[in-house]
Write a protein that binds this ligand. Sequence first.
Ligand code: HEM
Length: 505
Amino acid sequence: IHPSSTTQKRRVPPSPPTLPVIGNLHQLGTYPHKTLQTLSRRYGPFMLVHMGRAPALIVSSARLAGEVMKTHDIAFSDRPLWSTARRLLYDGKDVSLAPYGEYWRQMRSLCVLQLLNNKRVQSFSSVREEELALLVKRIGDASPTPVDMSDAFATLTNGVVCRAALGRKYGEDEAIGRRFKTLLAEFVGLLGAFNVGDLIPSLGWINKLNGLDKKVERVAKEFDDFLEQVVEEHVSKLNKPYQQEERKYNNDDNNSTRNNNDSDGDGDSDNKDFVDVLLEFQRGNLAGFPLSKLSIKAIILDIFAAGTDTTYTVLEWAMTELLKHPKVMENLQREVREVAKGRLNITDEDLDRLRYLNAVVKETLRLHPPLPLLFPRAVTRDVTINGYDVAAGTMVITNAWAIGRDPDSWGPNPDEFKPERFLGNPVDYKGQNFELIPFGAGRRGCPGIAFAMAMDNFVLANLMLRFDWALPPGMRAEDLDMTQCTGLTIHRKVPLLAVATPYSS
Ligand code: HEM
């Protein structure tokens, strides 16, 4: 065991003792966010650990997260070169893994300004409404039998993301839809898979032996084939504008799966899904840079990689906490039902008035950030921060999970689910308050906040309005299994079951 190297010439952040070759990997355990929290209590909120050969700076306090994501934002704006994720995401030709630089800047602004802006998010309100209606029907039909809410939420978010990105759903009633569902699950699983070769290059051969390399190749190829088909379908649709018109005025054949999302009727959104928008930019040379087909596929894949699992996880944990805390559920239902005033639905316009709902969602994101360690960053140049020297290329991991439970920010009972702490408290998750950073912050912060929150708030509000909820017979709130799964996105290990009773005012 090598002792900590804080006494070297360079002022290196404190670190736990390491083992040869594997560094601190043996200490990470099943839930790295929890073990890193424990280690940071001993070695401090600015700690260097060794993931095999790769040094990783672990940031575990709000103040230091602000230093990394705001004060020294540029120096911390790269992403590590992880081979599995790169292979899956077009070798970093997407947004989330692109190296910090001109290409990333161009792709990101396309994403932020054209795909995920507020107006575009609003344009999908009818998609959200239709997918919610399917969810409500599924729950109503099952009543009073318990419903697998985890699966129901996953289906809903996939449906919304699919329709926004691709213009249609790939339902389980079609072979391609079933294949797509499995492929997406494999894809997300691989993104969070442990790749020993990235961390200990001399052991890279293990990936061949355990089949990881082969699986990554297969999934990347299959997803590419799928996206190629989707893009080609859109291209031929664009090439036949009269068919588009025909579909627009005659959209009764497949209304529940095709988009019709010109919500304000100004013709501006024109049923456009993300692929349509990107192809238009490509054709009109509007992006300001040559937008290749590969870049289009990479952006779309990013939307699925970054936007589906994360968004449904919030719903899953929010519902879990509400079932565990019936008093909170009651308060939320009261608020939602008062605002609805006898109507059967909560609209997007109502959401701003739902203060308690907003607090419930914030509290869920605080205790259950879907990506507890965010997406890792990498340091672009040597930098001195918090009195320590951090070398270019160092991986940076921000423990949003630990920061969300830090008593210095959240008081004596930080593990308690208590939405009231957000009432009259301006702390928000949009990247300005570093004690609450489930979406990261700064130039590489999540561009999908509006898209995700439009869905989560809307769905949660409407489920609270339409149903009364209980745990399956015989289960008490204190028996509710809170075990987390492993991987990049932390959802429940066991599906959440709940019994719904339709509510009528
Ligand atoms: C609750 C849902 C979501 C959570 C918790 C979440 C969280 C995150 C986090 C932590 C990052 C890294 C931020 C950083 O490095 O500071 C990120 C990046 C990103 N997210 Fe999200 N996200 C969510 C939903 C979405 C959605 C719906 C989309 C798209 C439709 C999306 C697209 C992206 C993209 C493209 C990036 C990469 C940004 C870059 O590297 O420049 N996310 N997200």
